[in-house]
Design a protein around this ligand. Sequence first.
Ligand SMILES: [Fe+2]
Length: 235
Amino acid sequence: MIDIHSHVLPGVDDGVVDLEESLTMLKNYEAAGVSAVIATSHVAPKRGYANTRQQLEKTLNRLKTAAQQHHINVELYLGAEVDNHPNLKQVLKDAPSLNDSGVVLIDFGMKQADIAEVCYELSLLDYTVILAHPERYFYIKMDTIRALHKQGVLMQVSAPHLIGHGSKKAQTLAKKMLKEKLIDFVATDAHRARFAPGDMLKKAYRRVQKKTSTLYAEAIFKENAKEKLFGGTRT
Ligand SMILES: [Fe+2]
């Protein structure tokens, strides 16, 4: 499995606090069979997370070194979770896409936005958008999700919402998306090591496998990431 949404980098946002917690999280990923994690710290200037590519890269390299020293076998890649912003194009200039794939993880949050228009404009700049946990946007309806998906916008649903955690509304929407196979990626959005994101992902995988098929579970927990974010070369 590959986790494409994780706040595993220490001390850069509201995620993991220090290096020790990052290592605990990575050990849990490894034990659960997660082979790669994309570190998607917040790039959200309005919330005070004005992380730049350079800063995130530096922290990622520090974590990679520590993980090697502790013999933890989980590959780490650079990414970011970027909040929608009136000047999103400018913000994206200094925010890393997921593993430099040109695919960006965008959180439209709780403020209603014309998601279709924003994604269309970004597509003109050769970006592909993954919506970060759309099941959490209180204003979004299944019709909108269907239309966005048809437009080529990719959907990341958070694992907890598939296994009985989080708000009922988010769980309901996540289930509906699963039923219609409108999910492209399941990820953890892990902020704390104590929530054991590896175990969570494994549990969600089994649920998806049971509700749909092994083929679909493989796609949304691994194969889609390999194809769209790792150029199809990653094993
Ligand atoms: Fe997140």
